[in-house]
Design a binder for this molecule. Structure first.
Ligand SMILES: O=C1O[C@H](COP(=O)(O)O)[C@@H](O)[C@H](O)[C@H]1O
Length: 237
């Protein structure tokens, strides 16, 4: 595991953009699972506004690590956020965008998206393999939409599951551990002081760390990078 700490969110966004450009440079098709949440928003802005010319968008295929079960124009939609902050600003072919349909029946959509991954992604060890999975981490240690109260979904035998937000009860469709940990590379983008406590417990493997879904992220390739700002990293030793 590599832990990269930067001064602030903007610096995280700039350095992650350069990292993405380097990773995707040689590939024919480069398959990325995107995250929702607060940090990707600024990362997408910086990527689209400062680095768009350095990315070969024809080779980039966008998928999502999780989606809220809402319409694609709902303020809660991860897809809508990505359209506003990234997709609408860059020249990416429409056929390279593979969204989770938040408006569909959740169970059927989890099944459909799992099958789509089987069809579209190259396979490694018999499972679909992303080139890069981008993850956020909630203040409660959740990642994608696998929350601590449903940690069993992490080890699901399926590619996607329907999860339930612990407070709002909102349903989500989420990738599961077998797909996330089969990726070539996994990058966490985590910023802000509210994340500091869980960042420390998970990275330093402190007592009880396994109750947090983010602690189960361990790609078989061992290529795991945490991009943190100083606030999120402030308790790390
Ligand atoms: O609900 C979600 O939250 C996490 C973390 O988001 P943040 O706003 O606390 O950074 C995110 O990774 C996930 O995609 C999203 O649906």
């Amino acid at each position: 595991m590599e832990v990269k700490v930067y001064q602030n969110k903007t610096k995280v966004a700039e350095e992650f953009s350069k990292y993405l450009i380097e990773k995707s440079a040689d590939e024919k098709a480069f398959h990325i699972a995107l995250s929702g949440g607060s940090t990707p928003k600024i990362v997408f802005d910086v990527l689209a506004e400062e680095f768009a010319g350095d990315v070969n968008w024809r080779n980039i295929h966008l998928y999502w690590g999780d989606e809220r079960c809402v319409a694609p124009d709902d303020a809660e939609s991860n897809y809508k956020m990505t359209v506003e902050h990234l997709i609408s600003k860059v020249d990416i072919p429409e056929e390279n965008i593979h969204r989770i349909k938040g408006e569909a029946d959740p169970k059927l959509e989890a099944k459909r998206y799992g099958e789509l991954l089987e069809k579209e992604l190259p396979k490694e060890l018999g499972l679909p393999q992303f080139d890069l999975v981008i993850l956020g981490m909630g203040d409660d240690g959740h990642t994608a939409s696998i929350f601590p109260h449903e940690i069993e979904l992490w080890v699901s035998p399926d590619n996607c599951e329907v999860a339930i937000h612990p407070e709002s009860g909102q349903r989500r469709v989420s990738l599961t551990g077998r797909i996330i940990n089969n990726a070539k590379t996994v990058a966490f983008l985590v910023t802000g002081e509210t994340k500091a406590e869980k960042v420390k417990i998970i990275i330093d493997r402190e007592e009880g760390y396994l109750i947090y879904p983010a602690s189960h992220v361990a790609p078989k390739t061992k290529d795991l990078v945490w991009f943190l700002d100083a606030a999120a990293a402030k308790l790390l030793t």
